[in-house]
Every structure is written in C-alpha cells, then in structure tokens.
Design a protein around this ligand. Structure first.
Ligand code: ZN
Ligand code: ZN
Length: 378
C-alpha cells in the first residue's frame, strides 16, 4: 500500500497557507475530498492518490500536536500517520472532526448513487484536431474542410452492441449497478465492475460489425469556419461532433485547436501588428516618406526630420480584426536607423566634412549628458 514516492508538503496538498486556521483546513479538506473522492472519479488512479494524500494531510494538520510536530520536523515528525496508520484500531478514535466530515461526505456519496442501477448510456469522448493556419488566415479568417476519425453509432445493431439489436442482460457480477465496492482502510471505494465495464449489463451475442462496442470508427468531414482575428491556441468547439456516445449517451465535443504560423515581416501582439523598417541615416535626419506594406496593401508613412532610431509610428486600424466584435488593432511601425558601412572614398570625405561641422547641439541625446557632466565639475 505504501509506495516509495516523494511526499508532498501537507499544506500544499490541501492548498492552504501554513498559517491556516482549523476552520480553513476543514473547508479546504472538505472541498478537495469531495472533488477527488473515488466514487466521483471511477477508474482514475490519480484522483484516488490525491484523495488519499488529502486525507493523510488533514489527519495530521487537524491534530494540534501532530501539526506542531510536522511544522517542526516535516514528514519525519509524523511518520506514523501515513495511510498504513489507519489500518489498526478504530480509525475515528481521537478524530472527532474527521468523523463528522466523513459522516457528511459519505452521506452525500451514497445518495449520489452507490446503490442505484447503472445507466448504460455513456457520453462520447471529446476529440481534438490541430489545425495549422497561415498568418493571414488567422487575421482574415478562413474556411477549411477537415477529416476526422471518430466513433459513430453502429447501424447494424442500432447502437445496442447486440446481434439482432437484442436488449442486453443484467450483469450478474454487480447486479446491474455497474460498480463493485471494496473496503480500503476505513474508506469504502467503488470500482467499475470489471465484467460489464460499468454498464450494468452484458451482451450475450455481440454485434459482429462493432464487436459489441455499439459504435464503429469512421472518417467524417467537417467544414471548419475560422473567424477573423483568431490567434495561436484559439479553440473552436463543435458540440456533439466528437465520438458518439454509447447506448444513447450524448456525443463528445470536437475541439479544433489553432496553430498560427509566424509571419516573416509582421509580429502580432494581441490585435496589434508590429514591424521594423530600416531607414538610412540621411533619411532619418532629413525626413522622408516610406512606403509601408500592410496586410491590406500599401500605405505611406511620413517620417519627420530628425527621427531617432527606435521611434514607433502607429497606423490606426491597420492591425488585426477583433475576434467576435467590431474594429481592428493598430499597426506599429518601428523605424531603425542603419549606420552606413562599405562607404567609398568620396562618401567618407563627405561624412568627414559633415562631422567637422557638427557640434554637440546636433546630437539631441548627448545635449543632456554634456550638461550633466559640466554640472558635476563646476
Ligand atoms: Zn457488472
Ligand atoms: Zn454493432
């Protein structure tokens, strides 16, 4: 029963602060115990493990002495309190609170249907389809037909799973409940009946087409309509388009998960687009007009005289349409001044002449620095 796994911190297990009051512990424990109780999570070993961890953590932290020992020495201080510790003696002894809680809890659990007859109906599984889009397709939207493999109701047995569409017989093992109960320490744990897999009934002569599953795998085509403005990881849900349910259960859902390819020029930030435009040093100094490619054609951008590298210009409404609403984001153009290189002799000569005429007054960002330096020494 006790496996050699790393023990989690009891406070983390119960998702409370180390300073949590007894009342807070109780509330936290009750919530988690309800969430992970094996009756609510059949065939889910992970939930069962969490359930045990929570019970163990609460058993220690709800006891003032044990909590003090745990706070001081960690798990070593309360090593006798593991799940194995429940097995000897009366588990509720000295655990008044725990008894109360489980009284409520099991009351609710049994009402939830420990003894009622299992329904054969099962919901179909949800399916996921990854769809890769071009950058522009995400911006403007696109329609694309996809083909998915999914379970559909078997027509040969009308979805009964039984040859000749006969109604199935009640499972002898579980008496039709679909669950068998076993005692684990002081927890009564319900497990899915291994004979009927939880359906409560057994098919004597399974349908040959679906081998008793009541469904068969088929390719199915769906037209996916991607609206304008979607982004990476946007999910589109198609209700009931996943695997068909069994024995009258509802179908699962289909989730189309979008992956958007990067653009070589634009970068997306929400519904805004960013791009970087290189300009020459004379262009930036004298001012210029640039032709900018947007997603919907060309635009002219006026770069004023004396523009610094890194300056951003906003083209309003030239970004991505807002998903499911009106309006669009903006296009942000960042101008980067390129330092000229590979200059010929004549160009170098001209630059030198320019340099000789330049003063600190021509370089805006150094005006302040020069002033500060002067102030330090004066
Ligand atoms: Zn059964
Ligand atoms: Zn069939």
């Amino acid at each position: 029963m006790a496996t050699a796994t790393m023990k989690m911190d009891y406070y983390e297990v119960l998702q409370v602060e180390r300073t949590a009051s007894d009342g807070e512990l109780k509330v936290a424990y009750r919530k988690l115990a309800m969430q992970f109780h094996p009756d609510r999570n059949p065939n889910n070993p992970e939930a069962e493990e969490r359930f045990k961890q929570c019970s163990e953590a609460y058993q220690v932290l709800s006891d003032a002495d044990k909590r003090a020992a745990y706070d001081r020495y960690g798990h070593a201080g309360v090593s006798g309190a593991g799940p194995g510790g429940f097995n000897g003696g009366n588990p509720f002894q000295g655990q008044g609170d725990l008894g109360d809680i489980f009284g409520d809890l099991f009351g609710e659990m049994f009402n939830m249907g420990g003894n009622r007859r299992a329904s054969r109906a099962q919901r179909g599984r949800d399916l996921k389809f990854d769809m890769r889009l071009e950058f522009e397709e995400a911006v403007f939207g696109v329609e694309r037909e996809i083909s998915i493999r999914r379970a559909e109701v078997c027509e040969d047995c009308s979805g009964t799973g039984s040859e000749g569409s006969k109604q199935p017989e009640t499972c002898q093992q579980c008496g039709g409940r679909g669950q068998v109960r076993s005692q684990q320490g002081f927890f009564s744990v319900a497990r899915t009946c291994p004979v009927c897999s939880g359906t409560g009934s057994v098919v004597r002569n399974p349908c040959k087409t679906c081998r008793g599953d009541a469904r068969i795998q088929r390719e199915h085509k769906i037209l996916v309509k991607v609206p304008a403005g979607v982004e990476q990881d946007t999910r589109i849900r198609y209700s009931g388009e996943g695997d068909a349910g069994r024995f009258g259960g509802p179908g699962g859902d289909l989730y189309v998960v979008l992956e958007v390819k990067a653009h070589k020029f634009f970068e997306r930030d929400g519904d805004d687009l960013h791009c970087v435009i290189p300009v020459s040093f004379p262009q930036a100094s004298l001012g210029t007009e640039l032709e900018i490619a947007t997603l919907e054609g060309k635009e002219t951008l006026k770069v004023p005289e004396g523009t610094q590298s890194g300056k951003e210009f906003k083209l309003k409404g030239k970004g991505v349409p807002h998903l499911n609403s009106h309006g669009k984001g903006d296009l942000i153009v960042e101008v980067r001044v390129q330092t000229p290189n590979k200059l010929n002799k004549q160009q170098k000569e001209l630059l030198k002449q320019l340099a000789e005429t330049m003063t600190v007054e021509n370089i805006p960002s150094s005006r302040g620095i020069f002033g500060k330096v002067k102030n330090i020494f004066s």
